[in-house]
Design a protein around this ligand. Structure first.
Ligand SMILES: NC(=O)c1ccc[n+]([C@@H]2O[C@H](COP(=O)([O-])OP(=O)(O)OC[C@H]3O[C@@H](n4cnc5c(N)ncnc54)[C@H](OP(=O)(O)O)[C@@H]3O)[C@@H](O)[C@H]2O)c1
Length: 278
């Protein structure tokens, strides 16, 4: 497999799965843009990839997804530099033990895990249309049991680290499904992929819980291979609007299939970000 003609963008690329996927994409010859919030961490990620793959075509761009101002300037910078994008991998996420609010007034996990991905999908859709077999991959999959409370999408009434985290992923799932059906996607494939549990620092707010989770998880390399499998398995179009767990398709539940909910999530989100991003 070679991805030498591809331009790929990976968020949260300095560590964990984002780093492992970026490295594998670079190994396959893709030009890979590592999007990180911290320049020092981003620089070390680039150095580490270059050390192992000297001819890797990798670049660092800075974006703090908890800041609309930062998202806006990153989008402008990326568009000024690139006229096409082949793969958008919305990987970055944060898990917070206590409810916190971003400088834009949104609940932190809701903004970083969901709103930011929604904005990047929509802002880069035209660049993706210039790519070949363009592909948006959103990361994660909530368990079937989760339901959204449309009146409390930002957990004002009830906040719980895991439940709220997975509900932000559920918003992302509904937005992915909605975009996959909308005319403006026009050939851009949109999927949601759960790479399977892997060892990482995601649960860093509660170190003991993170340690226990890692005890039962695979090395990050296996999860990265699952993502690369979907990137590399040829034409992506037949994956549009689908949800995967590792390499297998996960059939949509009756709840996920409810287009009234996905439309509602989409409309509410558009209203929320209307005055926040151009
Ligand atoms: N770990 C698992 O078992 C598992 C299973 C299924 C799916 N996933 C999904 O895999 C993805 C990656 O998770 P991971 O386990 O690799 O977590 P991780 O090691 O904590 O990596 C998360 C990445 O997101 C970045 N990030 C966090 N807040 C950000 C912000 N405000 N702006 C920009 N970047 C930000 C982090 O940057 P910093 O280093 O600067 O914090 C880091 O690069 C997530 O979407 C997660 O839901 C994980």
């Amino acid at each position: 497999m070679t991805l030498s003609e591809k331009t790929c963008l990976v968020t949260g690329a300095n560590t964990g799965l984002g780093f492992a996927v970026s490295k594998k994409l670079a190994e396959q010859g893709a030009h890979t843009v590592l999007v990180c919030r911290n320049k020092e961490k981003g620089d070390s990620a680039i150095l580490e990839i270059k050390r192992d793959i000297p001819d890797a075509s990798v670049e660092l761009m800075i974006c703090d997804l908890s800041s609309m101002k930062s998202i806006q300037s990153f989008i402008e910078e990326f568009k000024a530099k690139y006229s096409k994008l082949d793969i958008l991998y919305n990987n970055a996420a944060v898990m917070k033990q206590k409810r916190t609010v971003t400088e834009d007034g949104f609940e932190m996990m809701f903004q970083v895990n969901y709103l930011a991905s929604f904005i990047l999908m929509n802002s880069f859709i035209e660049l993706l249309k210039n790519g070949s077999s363009p592909y948006i991959i959103n990361n994660g999959r909530p368990a079937d049991k989760y339901r959204l409370d449309m009146d409390d999408l930002q957990f004002m009434r009830q906040y719980h680290m895991y439940n709220s985290f997975f509900k932000t992923k559920l918003c992302l799932l509904f937005a992915s499904l909605e975009l996959s059906r909308r005319p403006e996607r026009d050939g851009v494939t949109v999927t949601m992929i759960d790479p399977g549990p892997f060892k990482s620092d995601l649960v860093r707010d509660v170190p003991l819980a993170g340690w226990v989770k890692n005890l039962f998880s695979s090395p990050v390399d296996k999860a990265a291979d699952n993502i690369l499998y979907h990137v590399a398995s040829g034409e992506a179009e037949d994956k549009n609007g689908k949800v995967f767990r590792e390499k297998q398709e996960k059939p949509l539940t009756e709840y996920w299939k409810d287009t009234n909910i996905s439309k509602q999530v989409w409309t509410v989100t558009e209203t929320l970000i209307k005055d926040k991003i151009k």
